[in-house]
Design a protein around this ligand. Structure first.
Ligand code: G6P
Length: 474
């Protein structure tokens, strides 16, 4: 494998393992926004991507895929349980989402997290060329920046945090709070979704480590007595807007949207929720508000249907198992009470869908419900907006989603306030086309101007500015 000038390190590789008809191993791209955004950079700069192939005990040598080198990091069954399901998704995930669920602090999980982060760091350090760039992604790998710096002081290191960074009062619960901050500060640029996240991080650094912070700069003392300036700043992520617009214009996708409406009995309004089945998404709050509107007769199943896609996620973590039971109980109660032979209150789908089908659903939906209790960004909100090329449709958006900072003309809600949420759903259902257009046009302008390409360019130019490329290497 040749050395790469640009190395992305993420928990997951941008491909899924698919075995062929005769059991022969193969790979299929798993196209997320990040993959699309980084693809041009990867191709231009001999990129490599370090990540877990998504299955326990799968040991694979680095291989080339679509012009990039993929470097698989193997995890044992035990490490999947302790590093991924345990520390990443049962400690950090709930803690960083404002303890909506209780974080579990287990020392054996922490030990596994350190060990696995080291494995990712070693793979990145081995893959990157002299003076190259390493860009670490997300909360599963917070110790990697410092570890890479120790192994390879010559490289430039970026880190982007896709989820919220909590207020200090919560963060300080973490028994390993100093080590995590030191891990992150190994990066030259530490990117966050919201200005508030970057502020929370800087405050934690001041309180825990007593380092000087000024605006977005943090002075990180070095072993030799000197100091290095790290940048901690908001770089809100976005989507590959053009590809959503293109899909929304495709005749087959539009036909599919009409077919979806038809199969739901052509209700006059379709409400839509699309989430990973996660307790941060506020699915229960949305169901409560909607169920009450049907119960009190404000809405009728003959006129309105809610489609709720809840894609399976982290299914071996106990909190997720319990959440699924709760949601499915609520959905079947509401449907049992309200359905008629010809109309359903909620069409619940515990499945994941290809992008074409998602866009058809967005096109079929009159109202999009994003009621997250806490969310780093929420790209579904941006995807819905991107597909509404006719400037119709209403986005209801929680103020606790990062997207609320940019999408100012959405109908903003506090999902905990059920009465106001109910009123907001009613105004969305009744909103006149002219007002839909006025709001949607402004929303669309945002996601067209600020797409995922702009996001990666902003981040990488901040990184290049901290560590200017030496003359002759430009
Ligand atoms: C969030 C995280 C990602 C993660 C994704 C899916 O968006 O920020 O890092 O990959 O959820 O979760 P999973 O645990 O399946 O990777």
């Amino acid at each position: 494998m040749p050395e790469a000038d640009f190395v992305v390190v993420a928990n997951r590789l941008p491909v899924d393992r698919v075995d062929g008809p005769n059991g022969e191993p193969g790979w299929r791209p798993s196209p997320g926004g990040l993959v699309t955004a980084l693809d041009p950079v990867m191709k231009k700069s001999d990129g490599a991507w370090v990540g877990w192939p998504g299955q326990a005990d799968l040991e694979v040598e680095p291989f080339e895929f679509g012009g990039t080198w993929l470097v698989p990091v193997a995890l044992s069954e035990e490490e999947v349980a302790s590093y991924y399901e345990g520390f990443s998704n049962d400690t950090i995930w709930p803690l960083y989402h404002d303890v909506i669920a209780s974080p579990r602090y287990r020392r054996v999980w922490w030990d596994a997290y350190v060990k696995v982060n080291r494995r990712f760091a070693e793979a990145a350090a081995a893959a990157v060329s002299e003076g190259g760039t390493v860009w670490v992604q997300d909360y599963q790998l917070q110790l990697v920046p410092k570890m890479v710096r120790e192994l390879r002081p010559d490289v430039t290191i970026g880190y982007f945090h896709h989820i919220p960074f909590p207020a200090y009062g919560l963060y300080s619960q973490l028994p390993w709070r100093r080590q995590v901050l030191e891990g992150l500060l190994g990066a030259d640029v530490i990117g966050f979704q919201r200005v508030a996240d970057a502020g929370n991080f800087a405050r934690a650094v001041r309180r825990q480590l007593r380092y000087d912070t000024k605006a977005t700069g943090i002075r990180v003392p070095q072993a030799d007595g000197s100091s290095r300036l790290a940048l901690a700043k908001a770089f809100p992520i976005s989507i590959d807007t053009a590809s959503y617009v293109a899909l929304a214009k495709r005749p087959d996708v539009r036909a599919r949207a009409a077919e979806i409406r038809e199969s739901l009995g052509n209700p006059s309004k379709i409400l839509l929720g699309v989430d990973r089945l996660d307790y941060t998404k506020g699915i229960q709050h949305r169901l409560k508000a909607y169920g009450e509107l049907l119960a009190d007769g404000t809405l009728k199943v003959e006129d309105v249907t809610l489609v709720q896609v809840a894609s399976p996620s982290r299914e071996r973590v106990q909190t997720y198992v319990e959440l699924r039971d709760e949601i499915e109980l609520t959905v079947s109660r509401i449907n049992g009470d309200r359905d008629t032979m010809g109309h359903t209150a909620i069409r619940y789908l515990h499945q994941g869908y290809p992008r074409e089908e998602m866009v058809a659903l967005f096109l079929a939906a009159d109202v999009m419900l994003v009621t997250a209790l806490r969310d780093g960004m929420n790209l579904v909100a941006k995807e819905y907006v991107a597909t509404r090329t006719d400037n119709r449709g209403v986005l209801i958006l929680s103020e606790f989603a990062g997207a609320a900072d940019e999408l100012g003309t959405a109908l903003r809600v506090n999902p905990h306030d059920i009465d106001t949420l109910k009123e907001t759903i009613v105004s969305a259902v009744k909103m006149a086309p002219a007002e839909q257009g006025r709001r949607m046009r402004a929303l669309r302008r945002k996601v067209i101007e600020h797409d995922v390409d702009a996001w990666s360019r902003d981040f990488l130019s901040a990184l290049a500015a901290v560590h200017p490329v030496p003359k002759g290497n430009a």
